[in-house]
Design a protein around this ligand. Structure first.
Ligand SMILES: [Zn+2]
Length: 382
């Protein structure tokens, strides 16, 4: 498939080989010294060394910052800002999954802004303004889950408290995304499944979130349908282009749709990741069924429409909604993910509950969630 371009919500060049467009784009913009930001695990892979070589071939002088590992932290951002200045860089090429994308976007913010990263935390009463230029950045996703490449926020943890902080500004939306499904061929089955469930959860929770947003709803519903068509295949046949492309689209669509809001599944998942360091996508997968059972009575008509989107055949609303939840469980099994929290040894502690209750995502959940509801949800998900 040729590379196609979508100008929505940013410039996205999508298709096999899209990454090869990076050198020419930078050159045309008169940029000379790009810094590639990536994960420590990717730094020496051909995917990255090929990009570096291709940048050099057109006369650019690239540097690499491969200081991202695990969950993004402020220290990793600082390291990247220092590397950017040392290189005298003028642009960023951010390649990787959610973590490098979040770190890369935060680096872009901090190279020209004073103070500390968390001075710019979203919603902080005395937050500093994002009023300086942000360097040109190209985002190149290598997983299909977070969709951070089409998002305007960056989530970075405090190194000491481990609290996740959100930095939000339209300037953090990368002006160019090179989405190349072939870059996801190397993702192991378990990672494909877990990040795929993150994309699925974004689409589902955005569709069910409170508030009037038919634009987000339409995207979310199609995102769910794409996951139903492609996730199992992407896990089973890692080099299936159509399946990988479908999941990359579903991932971006989830992130576009969740501008509307997320829900209780993400609050549980954020708490599990903070306390047990659980992979974010896996945490969503482990919680999703219990959370949808919880939501069903509040939004029966919406749950039925999700059932239709994944191919449940019935004319009865109740059957469609319940069928959707059964489909979720079946898909989780099919892609080989564990079914309950026992698999990660998670126990419902006060600390876990505190993080879940404090998480803002459940504010847009279609059914209000109390502390005792969280106790029940974690028990249900065991
Ligand atoms: Zn997520």
């Amino acid at each position: 498939m040729a590379v196609v371009q979508f100008n929505y919500p940013t410039t996205i060049k999508f298709g096999a080989g899209a990454i090869k467009l990076a050198p020419e784009v930078l050159k045309q913009r008169g940029l000379k010294r790009p810094m590639v930001v990536t994960d420590r695990a990717l730094g020496n892979l051909p995917m990255i060394t090929d990009v570096i070589a291709s940048l050099g071939q057109v006369g650019l002088i690239p540097a690499v910052y491969a200081g991202v590992y695990g969950n993004p932290t402020e220290r990793q951002v600082k390291g990247g800002v220092n590397a950017y200045h040392e290189h005298g860089a003028d642009s960023l090429v951010i390649i990787g999954g959610g973590a490098p994308l979040d770190v890369g976007k935060a680096i872009a913010l901090m190279v020209n802004h004073p103070g500390h990263l968390f001075d710019y935390e979203d919603g902080k009463p005395d937050a500093r303004p994002v009023d300086q230029p942000v360097p040109f950045m190209i985002a190149v996703p290598t997983t299909s889950g977070t969709g951070s490449e089409v998002g305007r926020s960056s989530v970075v943890s405090d190194d000491t408290t481990h609290a996740k902080k959100i930095i939000f500004d339209p300037k953090l939306l990368p002006p160019l995304v090179l989405a190349d499904p072939e870059l996801t061929y190397g993702l192991p089955a378990a990672v494909t499944a877990a990040v795929g469930f993150d994309a699925l959860t974004h689409n589902i929770e955005a569709f069910l979130a409170k508030g009037y947003h038919p634009l987000a709803d339409g995207i979310a519903l199609e995102g769910v349908r794409l996951v139903s068509q492609h996730l199992a295949k992407a896990v089973r046949a890692p080099h299936d282009y159509e399946a990988r492309a479908g999941m990359q689209l579903a991932s971006m669509m989830g992130a576009i749709a969740f501008q509307k809001g997320l829900g209780v599944t993400h609050s549980c998942a954020h708490a599990l990741s903070t306390v047990y360091d659980t992979h974010h996508g896996l945490a969503n997968a482990l919680m999703l069924n219990a959370c949808m059972e919880f939501n069903l009575s509040a939004v029966p008509e919406r749950m039925a429409r999700l059932g239709q989107a994944v191919g449940v055949r019935s004319l009865d609303q109740d059957t469609l909604g319940k069928g959707f939840i059964s489909w979720l469980a079946a898909l989780k099994k099919e892609v080989g993910l564990p079914t309950g929290l026992a698999a990660i040894g998670a126990k419902t502690t006060d600390v876990l509950l505190d993080f879940a209750v404090a998480d803002p995502c459940h504010g847009s959940n279609p059914r209000p969630v109390t502390r005792s509801d969280f106790i029940n949800l974690f028990a249900q998900a065991q």
